[in-house]
Write a protein that binds this ligand. Structure first.
Ligand SMILES: *[C@@H]1O[C@H](CO)[C@@H](O)[C@H](O)[C@H]1NC(C)=O
Ligand SMILES: *[C@@H]1O[C@H](CO)[C@@H](O)[C@H](O)[C@H]1NC(C)=O
Length: 376
C-alpha cells in the first residue's frame, strides 16, 4: 500500500509547482486587461508635506538629523518633519502606492517618475517673502516650474498624450498658508506685513495670491486637488511657549486661522464654479486638529500641548534636536516637535480626509472622490 500510494503521488514540491503554474495561468486569463497601477500623486507645499527636498538645499529648515525619523521604517531621518510617516506617505498608502520621492532626489527617474513626485519644501508660503529667514527654499512658483519640468521628463518616457493622461488623472495635495502667518506676519512683534495689513486684509491678500497659484496648477493639468486650510495656529506647542500666558491657545494666531480658513473655502468654491467642475477640495485641518486638541484623551493622547521633542515650556522653544527632551512613546503625543504633528496625529488627519463628513471636507471626502473617479 505504502509503495503504491507514494508511486501515484508527486513529491510535495512539484505538485506545488504545478498548482502554482496553474493558478498563475488562470489569473493571467482572468485579469486581462491588466490591473491599472495606482493613480499618480503630486505634492506641493511646506514642511507639513516636505519629504526630503530640503535635504538637498543649503537651508536651516531641515529635518535630516536624529531624532527625526525615529519611528520611520528605517529608524533614520529622511527630511520628513515627523517621527515617522507624514501626511503624503499615509495618503499614498491608502492609494495603494509607494511614497512619492522628493523631486530633488536622484532616485526619481525611470519608472519611479510614474508614481508622481513631491515638490514640497519646508519653510515656504503663499508669498515669496515668507520664509526668507530660511535662506534657500523652493518657493511655490519654483515648485510649479519643477512640475512643468517633470512633465517634460515623463513625456520623454511615455509620450505627451500618456503624460497628460497621467497628470489629469492624478491626485494632488497642496499645503500652504501656515508659514505666511507663523513665519511672516507673526514672526517678530513688528513685521512689514503687519504694518501693511490688518489680519482681515492680510488674509484676503493671501487668498487672492493663492488663487493665482491654484489656477497655475490647473493650467499645468491638475484636476483633483486637495487644498488644506491652516491648522489652529495658536495651539501648537511653539505658540503656547512663546505667545500664551496660561496654556490657552494664543489668541491672535487663532483669530488669523478663524479669518483665513472660511475665506479659503469660499475661494475654492468660487474657483470650482468658474471652472465648472469640482477640481479643488477643501480640507478643514483646523476642525480636524481641534478635535484632538480639545479632547486629546479621546484619541489616545496624554497631551496635545506638550511636544514630544523640544525644550522649554511645552517643549515648544527652538527646534527638535538630538539634545532635546524626547518622549519615550510617540503614540501618546499629538505634536512631535513644536510645530508638526506626530505620525499618530497624521493618521487621524488622513483618516478624516478619506472618510470625513462635509464638516471636514468640502465639497466631499476622498473616498467619494475615488469612487467618482473610478467610474469615469
Ligand atoms: C514670486 O517670485 C517669482 C520668481 O521670482 C515670480 O515669478 C513671481 O511673480 C513672484 N510672485 C509674486 C506674487 O510677486
Ligand atoms: C464620505 O462623505 C460622504 C458624503 O458626505 C458620506 O456619506 C460618507 O459616509 C463619507 N465616508 C465615506 C467612507 O465615504
Amino acid at each position: 500500500m505504502k509503495f503504491i500510494s507514494s508511486c501515484i503521488c508527486l513529491p510535495m514540491s512539484s505538485s506545488f509547482t504545478i498548482l502554482a503554474i496553474f493558478v498563475a495561468f488562470a489569473s493571467i486569463a482572468m485579469v486581462a486587461p491588466p490591473v491599472e497601477a495606482a493613480r499618480a500623486f503630486f505634492v506641493f507645499g511646506d514642511s507639513l508635506v516636505d519629504n526630503g527636498n530640503n535635504n538637498y538645499l543649503a537651508t536651516t529648515a531641515r529635518a535630516d538629523s536624529p531624532p527625526y525619523g525615529i519611528d520611520y521604517p528605517t529608524r533614520r531621518p529622511t527630511g520628513r518633519f515627523s517621527n515617522g510617516f507624514n501626511i503624503p506617505d499615509l495618503i499614498s498608502q491608502e492609494l495603494g502606492a509607494e511614497s512619492t520621492l522628493p523631486y530633488l532626489s536622484p532616485e526619481l527617474r525611470g519608472d519611479k517618475l510614474l508614481v508622481g513626485a513631491n515638490f514640497a519644501s519646508a519653510g515656504i508660503g503663499i508669498l515669496n517673502d515668507t520664509g526668507v529667514q530660511f535662506a534657500n527654499i523652493i518657493r511655490i512658483s519654483q515648485q510649479l516650474e519643477y512640475f512643468r519640468q517633470y512633465q517634460g521628463r515623463v513625456s520623454a518616457l511615455i509620450g505627451e498624450e500618456e503624460t497628460q493622461r497621467l497628470v489629469n488623472g492624478a491626485l494632488v495635495l497642496i499645503v500652504l498658508g501656515g508659514n505666511d502667518f507663523v513665519n511672516n506676519y507673526f514672526f517678530t512683534p513688528v513685521t512689514l506685513r503687519r504694518l501693511q495689513y490688518n489680519l482681515q486684509d492680510y488674509s484676503k491678500f493671501l487668498i487672492s495670491e493663492y488663487k493665482k497659484i491654484l489656477l497655475r496648477l490647473y493650467d499645468l493639468g491638475a484636476r483633483r486637488v486637495l487644498v488644506t486650510g491652516t491648522g489652529p495656529l495658536g495651539c501648537v506647542p511653539a505658540e503656547l511657549a512663546t505667545r500664551s500666558t496660561n496654556g490657552q491657545c494664543a489668541v491672535e494666531p487663532l483669530r488669523a486661522a478663524a479669518i483665513y480658513n472660511p475665506l479659503l473655502v469660499q475661494m475654492l468654491g468660487g474657483l470650482n464654479q468658474e471652472l465648472g467642475s469640482d477640481i479643488f477640495v477643501g480640507v478643514n485641518t483646523m476642525e480636524m486638529q481641534n478635535n484632538f486638541i480639545s479632547n486629546p484623551q479621546g484619541f489616545g493622547f496624554i497631551t496635545s500641548k506638550v511636544a514630544c521633542c523640544g525644550q522649554g515650556p511645552y517643549n515648544g522653544v527652538g527646534i527638535c534636536t538630538a539634545a532635546s527632551n524626547l518622549c519615550p512613546n510617540r503614540e501618546l503625543y499629538a505634536f512631535w516637535d513644536p510645530f508638526h504633528p506626530t505620525e499618530k496625529a497624521n493618521k487621524i488627519i488622513v483618516q478624516t480626509i478619506f472618510t470625513g463628513s462635509d464638516k471636514y471636507m468640502s465639497p466631499m471626502n476622498l473616498s467619494t472622490i475615488m469612487a467618482l473617479d473610478s467610474m469615469t
